[in-house]
Design a protein around this ligand. Structure first.
Ligand SMILES: Cc1cc2nc3c(=O)[nH]c(=O)nc-3n(C[C@H](O)[C@H](O)[C@H](O)COP(=O)(O)O)c2cc1C
Length: 253
């Protein structure tokens, strides 16, 4: 029996949450990184007795499209799955139900769903420093319940919140720009989940491919990439009314 942690986590918030669930099992989890464009996800065969922690951030209340299409290639073969939607203190809307639909179509057996808050990767003042101590203790409590659940036969169908049709999400009108600190190291290009940055000329970004995930901003050792102050100001203004009040983590079993 193996534990898999199957995650799409461009800036680490989703992984911080998923790690809490992986740590609750008494064996090390194998990481499957859905940001890895070079990985052949269709070659991954999960076995029925394995347990998969599947986590994705909410993007416009949805599973990021690239994460959805990579996850859909993995063969679940009946394995139990814990589904986690990580969100930036606004809402996760249809993310969990979409994750469930992908997982079920791929042959997984979802046994639990979690909505959990992490820093908002577009404007980090929302959900700042989350998951914090309070979150971690809450998530550890959820994880302990889930571990117990994995020992039982699953009989109850899992009901997760979300609507059909799913919310429409066509991306956000903000992509990181490059400043004079760029030394051309190409770390951003190697780590971009959608190969939007040129390896030879990392100062060049294909904005048609860019999904605004902020991986390049968070990974750059020289702080050479960022949203412009105008973009950040526009997002801050838009998100402030819906992101300022502390939102909760939630467990569905
Ligand atoms: C393009 C984009 C769209 C987002 N949409 C939402 C959203 O609909 N609701 C929300 O609460 N947070 C939203 N967020 C915030 C992320 O869900 C949150 O920051 C998450 O922790 C990011 O995961 P990561 O740190 O693993 O990259 C969005 C972030 C990005 C980059």
């Amino acid at each position: 029996m193996k534990i898999y942690e199957i995650i799409f986590s461009p800036t680490g918030g989703t992984q911080n949450v998923a790690d809490v669930f992986a740590a609750a099992f008494d064996q090390e989890a194998e990481l499957v990184d859905l940001t890895d464009y070079a990985y052949d996800f269709s070659a991954l065969e999960i076995e029925k007795e394995d347990i998969c922690i599947i986590a994705a951030p909410a993007y416009g209340g949805r599973v990021p499209a690239v994460a959805a299409s990579r996850l859909a290639q993995i063969k679940g073969n009946g394995a139990k799955a814990v589904l986690i939607a990580v969100y930036g203190n606004r809402e996760f809307d249809d993310t969990l139900v979409e994750l469930q639909d992908i997982a079920v179509a791929g042959g997984f057996t979802p046994i639990a769903g979690v909505g959990a808050v992490a820093e908002h990767s577009l404007v980090r003042q929302f959900g700042a420093n989350r998951p914090d101590e309070q979150d971690l203790s809450e998530l550890q409590g959820f994880a302990a319940q889930i571990v117990e659940l994995t020992k039982a036969d699953v009989t109850k169908a899992l009901e997760l919140p979300g609507n059909y049709p799913y919310k429409t999400f066509n991306g956000v009108p903000a992509k990181p720009v490059v400043n004079e600190n760029c030394g051309g190291c190409a770390i951003c290009a190697w780590n971009c989940p959608v190969e939007a940055i040129s390896e030879e000329h990392p100062e060049q970004t294909n904005y048609d491919l860019c999904i605004s995930c902020m991986r390049c901003v968070s990974i750059c050792p020289n702080q050479a990439r960022a949203l412009t102050p105008e973009m950040t100001a526009a997002f801050t203004q838009k998100l402030a009314p819906v992101c300022s009040e502390r939102k909760s983590n939630i467990l569905y079993i």
